[in-house]
Design a protein around this ligand. Sequence first.
Ligand code: PLP
Length: 843
Amino acid sequence: MTAKRNEQQATKNNCDPENRKLVELPPLGMDQASISDDFRRYFAHTLGRDDHCTSSHYPYKALAFAMRDRLIERWKNTRRVYEDTDCRRTFYLSLEFLMGRALSNTMLNLGVEDEVSAAIYDLGLRLEDIRESEPDAGLGNGGLGRLAACFLDSCATLQLPVRGYGLRYEYGMFRQHISNGQQVEDPDHWLRDGNPWELERPEYFQRVQFGGRTEHHTDANGHVRVSWVDTHDVLAVPCDIPIPGFRNGTVNTLRLWKSAATDEFDLEEFNAGGYTEAVAAKNSAENITMVLYPNDASENGKELRLRQQYFLASASIKDVMREWRESHEDFSSFAEKNCFQLNDTHPSISVAELMRQLMDEHGMLWDEAWTIVSSTMAYTNHTLLPEALERWPVRLFDQLVPRLLEIIYEINARFLTQVAQHWPGDTDRLRRMSIIEEGHEPMVRMAYLALVGSFSVNGVAALHTQLLKEGLFLDFYEMWPERFNNKTNGVTPRRWLAACNPGLRDLIDVTIGNGWISHLPNLEQLAEKAESRTFRRLWRNIKQENKARLAKMVKADCDVEFNTEAMFDVQVKRIHEYKRQLLNILHVIHLYNRIKAGDTENWTNRCVLIGGKAAPGYQVAKLIIKLASSVARVVNSDPDVGDRLKLAFLPNYRVSAMEVIAPAADLSEQISTAGKEASGTGNMKFMMNGAVTIGTLDGANIEILEEVGIDNFFLFGLTTVDVEAKRRHYDPNAIIDRDPAFLKVMKLLESSYFNQFELGLFDTIIESIRSPYDPWMTAADFRSYIDAQEQAALAYQDQDEWVRMSIINTAKSGHFSTDRTMEEYNRDIWRLEPVTAPPVAPA
Ligand SMILES: *Cc1c(COP(=O)(O)O)cnc(C)c1O
């Protein structure tokens, strides 16, 4: 029905569409009674449950709905003020958002924790059970996806007009269980029971093209125009997730696309009697957002992955364009008002897609379009590992998105002309810098596409950015030094201290007030309290309670007893050779040898926790999990060991597990080979919760060390420079033979002590340690790691001193808030003005 007819119809029925009162509602109460009323109404009416319902799922849903209503009020205000002020905006494009649970964070940020707790308690329910019924939104692999989630929280808290764009995977990161010591992957159907936090917005669907071919013709002005025709289109339907700021009335948006089939059946198939085939084709369209690729820090190369990347880029840019056109005549101020931040190379096809839309859909010529693209795109690199750099076969590009390949060729041709002008005659440089890698199978280098198309390129820690400039991107740095900048990562102190560590939060609040939650450098005021005996006692008591909470989880999930008097020594992160979980396990074997040899004078009892997922196709990582489980079984069941040493492999490491783990850790293991970990953010969560780091000079560990000082950090290992120098004459077997403790560890491993019924099982691991070509140089750092561990163990015996270190770590963690990170992105890249949303007055 047209608008006109709608209007006529409305007039006929005696109502006035110009004067609708549909959304003029009184503000919702934020008090206990209002929340309790809404909760019960959702529980009894919307969900249709009664007092016989014993599951916590329905109370969770009812509470989520009650919270979402309050978010939506603020969400609308925020959206309206962004529209009305026509403010400059940033769009954060990421294939991953590792959000975790939303309930606690929403209660905290809305400032209704006490009201909700009281309401739930008075209804005879346990808030803890309700919280535990929420599934994690696991739409990411690890650090990169969690960073995106922390960024959104900080942008909303700083009232920056930033919108996240991602994919709504039907299946998130797989769930991991351990069977016979090995990882088994289970599908994570997190949407099975619905997602009360999302709001579907079918009215804003977009159409994304795939396949087909291009047609070139000349327009009336003699300009070559291109049509992309005979495509197989897929619909993108937005599902919006509210992102509340910390008690400031702002609610930003995370827009996640789900794929859907266009309703037109393939007519040819249909007429040929291929009805079922035509219906089945719907499936392949809906497959695009079915599953998250579970590879962390390594490329995958599957066609479906490239489809996902283009689907995100195309739908998101079209969505931005749609909104732009609603309130602007033309694109003259588009670059001034919009910025796209690319989270790694995954969405970097956006560079070509924005060109395509500006030219083919909005009639622009190349130069005008390129000026806009190259002043709106900004790129963040997340890794130095060559195996993680995305390259796509030109052949695949041509099949899947032929128009984009043409544009990339043109970008490359113009770019290489610039290179040739800059370095005349340097053909080797042209070959090195080309976006197209020539060879038997020509490839598109996605990082180079991002570098050429962006006005800003950043690394994620000081060392990482420096190494990018000196190594991986040296040619590009020489060409455009002004584009490069560093933005050290952070974590949000709302989730990673205030919400996950309520005991510590209360102590900090009564000591320095609660301003630290949005001004984390305030924590510095705790440093002087490290000298107070009373304060140290309170601090230690909280850590002990948190350790008891973790011990319960370890008992339930691993059936291992952790004594809270022991040192909790924790390494949780994706399993990867560069992160060197293996070095940690070698240390455990060394401690076991000492116990068996009676070398236990001045012993510090230790509970070692390792957790993390291995990419399903990464065989060595899976073998490392098997080794950890095997060593754990031996150590934990040997009566000679007792409480001196425990090892547990915690299954299914995820955001909600980290919320229990970080507050309980004494020692944080950050032991990657120097130069390999871009930043790390697990290191920051641990530090913030008062764990002391044992770590190498890698990623943000360096900046953590700078903040806390060498007395509050257990430093070991080769530096980046040492690592590269040593590679050329690396002789691990000589290192092992010279170190009796190391030799003993290797002998025990090699005797099949941990794999008595599976001989040869760990041979590849043993060979990698002994190989002169071991890229991770595990043997090189063994001795200094063991010595640093011994220092940590001795330090732990002086609890007064240890607690002092713990307090200093929290006190100096102010730099690692994503509020700081976002302020730096905004100052140097986005240049947004904060926009205050009008308050929702409580009823
Ligand atoms: C913080 C976090 C990570 C990143 O950990 P790193 O130690 O920096 O690799 C990965 N996964 C989850 C669930 C996290 O919370």
